[in-house]
Design a protein around this ligand. Structure first.
Ligand SMILES: [Zn+2]
Length: 260
């Protein structure tokens, strides 16, 4: 009996050593997802902020994501569709960032699109976006992230009826869901405050959380044009991460790797 325990202990010890010897290599760099929000079709144009960001990412051979506000597809502007499709073909993920990004009024109160609004309204908005992305872009959206990151239990119930959506970015409630969650770590972001990229603050947050398996960092490219320093700070963040050897990925690609 004693001998078998001793054998077992040795076995566990050896196994643990073998595993811990391998771990630092495998987990030393986080995966990074650039959660970029708010693509609209504006006056027949893709906003210059989006164009400069996607051009930069392509030049650096880095994948990002594009949070599409889907009612922007209610147009006949084929150049807009072609721009989105081209980014998707380059490897960037187009994701569901709501139907209208609006604050509809129910019972005299303006609410975020997916918080406090009726179940039929939420499901309708979620489904309309899926349908129009399929119809106009030939794309199935696999990832959802709410406008204002504002949802409720109704959203979780509605999303359960959309099996094509696999991933939920920044879910902020405890409502049960079958979606794969990519949570927010509020200390690690592109913008401090919202709309203002800040390399120094990002770096402080990154140093604190770089042992996490994945960091989903949020930004708003449309806000980085008026003041050139904003885009420069974003570039510094991305180039720092590239030099650090992180793996840039997208939500759906990261989800698909789970269980491999
Ligand atoms: Zn947004």
């Amino acid at each position: 009996m004693l001998r078998s325990i001793s054998f077992l202990t040795s076995f566990v010890f050896l196994t643990t050593c073998a595993t811990s010897h391998k771990l630092p290599e495998a987990t030393s760099k986080p995966a990074v997802i650039l959660k970029l929000d708010d693509l609209w079709n504006e006056d027949g144009l893709v906003h210059p902020g989006w164009i400069q960001v996607m051009d930069f990412l392509n030049q650096e051979d880095i994948v990002g994501t594009i949070g599409l506000v889907a009612n922007s597809l209610e147009t006949t502007d084929t150049a807009y569709f072609a721009w989105i499709n081209a980014r998707q073909k380059e490897g960037h993920e187009i994701w569901h960032h709501g139907w209208c990004h609006c604050k509809p009024v129910f019972a005299d109160v303006a609410q975020p699109e997916f918080r406090g609004t009726p179940a039929t309204y939420q499901l309708d908005n979620l489904a309309k976006a899926q349908h129009l992305a399929q119809e106009k872009l030939g794309l199935t959206l696999h990832t959802f992230g709410a406008p204002y990151n504002s949802t409720d239990a109704t959203t979780a119930t509605a999303l359960a009826q959309l099996p094509d959506i696999k991933v939920w970015l920044y879910k902020e409630t405890a409502a049960p869901t079958d979606k794969f969650l990519l949570p927010r770590i509020s200390a690690v972001n592109i913008e401090y405050p919202v709309h203002q990229p800040d390399f120094a603050q990002f770096k402080a947050g990154y140093d604190q959380f770089k042992s996490e398996p994945v960091l989903v960092i949020q930004g708003h490219p449309r806000s980085w044009v008026a003041d050139a320093s904003r885009f420069q700070e974003f570039q510094k963040i991305v180039l720092f991460l590239k030099a650090a050897g992180v793996v840039f990925t997208t939500p759906y690609a990261y989800y698909q790797r789970q269980g491999e």
